[in-house]
Structures are given as structure tokens and as C-alpha cells.
Design a protein around this ligand. Structure first.
Ligand code: 5AD
Ligand code: FES
Length: 349
């Protein structure tokens, strides 16, 4: 295979950094051997820290109301086609009980930016879950809030927070979001979360409209700066009732390469093989793990609301019970030589 490519990959791995030129070359690789090499290197790096364990998180999508209007997202406020719902506290605790039985030790509460869920309500939910399941981690993924709010959730027991930065390039950010949202604020939220003591996750979509090698380079530089504990990336997939309905989706090949590159520059990161990746290819999640990812996030939401939390079209698993996905995932991971861990799955320094 191409010796130049091999030497770039080794350099990236050793320096835990990548230049724009190197990124360009790696994203252009399209021979099987080259792609295999980079993915295998990423898997080796990941296994050094996490072995053949895949960490699972139970995702509870508890509200699809959102005050934001991101152009790519199916639950944006202007989407009048979205059938809005909120879960009750009891429903969420039922999801956790079910999830605990199934071996989940991390619950991810994800939702749109929904004013109904005041800080008091969020703190009440978090402390109720932590009280019942003191051996579990609670992850919040509820968007941009004030530092004071983040601190309150943390004091109530929240352990982790996911807030994808979406793109680290100012001009690109403007193409994806309406005027009232800003990259500077988004980044500030991530720094605040980190300072408070959360394990934080940033991330972006692969192939979002307007993304270029240059914007991806900035994403990787931002990841190097922030040193997050988690990075969530998955392909952009168009949603029919959004302004981006007719935009092309991201590809699996680019997503796998970027997973591998992120693993190489940030060896200990918790890196999910996302549902979006499983949506664009039937073996997407397995291939994600085989490119350096080490987390999967099956859904614990009640089946009757799954269809409604559609950030993008054709989302998988909307008709499956939590238990089905749990065992499906175990089998999928076994098929590639991995085991699903029954543990909180914390970041390993
Ligand atoms: N395709 C893929 N991912 C999407 N997200 C939102 N809309 C889409 C879409 N159309 C991602 C965003 C957000 C996360 C919860 O889901 O990156 O941060
Ligand atoms: Fe949901 Fe396979 S993970 S059915």
C-alpha cells in the first residue's frame, strides 16, 4: 500500500495531532487497503485502553419540544409536522427500571430545548434517578443553558453532559443555524460544563451542508483544545420537513474515517457508533466499532414515542422494545468479537 499514507497515519498517531494537509490526504484515501489500515490502527489504539468491551448507554428521549430552529433537525420549532410529546417523571423512571434490568448503568436524558422542563424539574428527575440507581451515571443532553443551571444539575447528581458543537467554523455554523444561535455561546457552554466538573461530550455531523475539509480541520482542532471525554459524530441525514430536506446525506465511508482519525488524535475518548451511522448502513454500528468507536447507545424510550423523536428520516429501531435492541446489540457486538459491558463505562485516563 501507499507508504506515504502509512507514514502520515503513524505521524498522526504519535503526535496526536493532524495538519490540514494530512487531513486532506486521509479523507481522500479510497483504496480498501488504505482505509483498512487507518481503521485497524484506530481499533488497536482503542483496545489498548478499553479492550474488547463496548460500553452501552440507555437513551431516553424525553421531549421533542424545542425552542430552537436548527435547519437540519426534524424537531426544530418550525416543523409543524412534528407530533410533539413529553414523558412524565413516572414514564422516565419506568424506562430506567427497564434499562437497569437489561444491564444499563448509564442513562442519557436527551431532549429538545423545552422550557416546560425547568431547572427544578430537571434537578428533581436527576436526583430521583440517582437516588434509585446510585451505581449509575446520568448524562444530560438538553442543550444550551446558563452556567448556573448546569451547576444545579451537577449538584443534583448529573455526571455527564453531551452538547455537540455541530461545527467549529463560524461561517459554517451560520449556514446550519438561524441568526439567534452562535458558535461562541455553544463553545462557552462546553467550557462551562467542563469547569463545573462534568465529563463532557462535543461532536458534529459528518457531511452536513457546507462542511469542507477546512471546517473539519477546525472541528479536530477544537477537540484537541477542549479535550472532551466524549465525541459524538454521525452522518448528517436529511429530514423531509426541514429546510435541508433536499440536501445530500453524509456517507458511511467519511464517517468511519473520521471516527478513526478522532481515535488516533484523542486515544482515550468515549466514541459512540451512533444510531445515525446504523441508519445509513445495516452494519454501520459494527463498522463504527471496527473503526475505533467504543460506545453504543440503544434506545430505552417507550415504543409509542420513538417514531416522534425523528431528528432525521428513516431512523432505525423505532418499532423495537428496549429489550430487543439490547439483545440485538449484544449479538451484533459478539459477531465482531466484542462484549457489551455492564458498567457505568467511565472515561479511563
Ligand atoms: N442528521 C443527523 N444528525 C442530526 N442531528 C440533528 N439533526 C440531524 C440530522 N438531520 C444531531 C445533531 C444533534 C444531535 C442530537 O443529533 O448533531 O446535536
Ligand atoms: Fe434496535 Fe437492533 S439495536 S433492533
Amino acid at each position: 500500500m501507499n507508504e506515504e499514507i502509512k507514514s502520515i497515519i503513524n505521524k498522526v498517531k504519535q503526535s496526536r495531532n493532524i495538519s490540514l494537509e494530512q487531513l486532506k490526504l486521509l479523507l481522500e484515501i479510497n483504496d480498501d487497503e488504505g482505509v483498512h489500515f487507518i481503521r485497524e490502527e484506530a481499533v488497536k489504539v482503542c483496545q489498548k485502553t478499553y479492550g474488547n468491551q463496548v460500553l452501552i448507554r440507555g437513551l431516553i428521549e424525553f421531549t421533542n419540544f424545542c425552542k430552537n430552529d436548527c435547519y437540519y433537525c426534524g424537531i426544530r420549532r418550525s416543523n409543524s409536522q412534528a407530533d410533539r410529546y413529553r414523558l412524565t417523571k413516572e414514564q422516565m423512571l419506568d424506562c430506567c427500571a427497564n434499562g437497569y434490568e437489561l444491564g444499563f448503568r448509564t442513562f442519557v436524558l436527551q431532549g429538545g430545548e423545552d422550557g416546560y422542563f425547568t431547572d427544578d424539574k430537571i434537578c428533581d428527575l436527576v436526583s430521583a434517578i440517582k437516588e434509585k440507581y446510585s451505581d449509575c451515571a446520568v448524562t444530560l443532553s438538553i442543550g444550551e443553558k446558563s452556567k448556573e443551571s448546569y451547576k444545579r444539575y451537577f449538584d443534583a447528581g448529573a455526571d455527564r453532559y453531551l452538547l455537540r458543537h455541530e461545527t467549529a467554523d463560524e461561517a459554517h455554523y451560520k449556514k446550519l443555524h438561524p441568526e439567534e444561535m452562535s458558535l461562541a455561546h455553544r463553545k462557552q457552554c462546553l467550557w462551562d460544563l467542563k469547569e463545573i466538573g462534568y465529563q463532557v461530550g462535543c461532536g458534529f455531523m459528518v457531511g452536513s451542508p457546507g462542511q469542507t475539509v477546512e471546517t473539519l480541520y477546525e472541528d479536530l482542532q477544537f477537540i484537541r483544545e477542549l479535550q472532551p471525554h466524549m465525541v459524538g459524530i454521525g452522518p448528517f441525514i436529511s429530514q423531509k420537513d426541514t429546510p435541508f430536506a433536499d440536501k445530500a446525506s453524509g456517507t458511511m465511508e467519511q464517517t468511519l474515517k473520521l471516527l478513526a482519525i478522532i481515535r488516533l488524535i484523542h486515544p482515550h475518548v468515549l466514541l459512540p457508533a451512533t444510531t445515525a451511522l446504523g441508519t445509513i448502513h445495516p452494519k454501520g454500528r459494527e463498522l463504527g466499532i471496527l473503526s475505533g468507536a467504543n460506545v453504543v447507545m440503544p434506545n430505552l424510550s417507550p415504543v409509542n414515542v420513538r417514531e416522534k423523536y425523528k431528528l432525521y428520516d428513516n431512523k432505525i429501531c423505532t418499532g423495537n422494545e428496549a429489550a430487543e435492541c439490547r439483545y440485538c446489540m449484544e449479538n451484533r457486538m459478539k459477531s465482531i468479537g466484542y462484549e457489551v459491558a455492564v458498567s457505568r463505562g467511565d472515561y479511563i485516563e
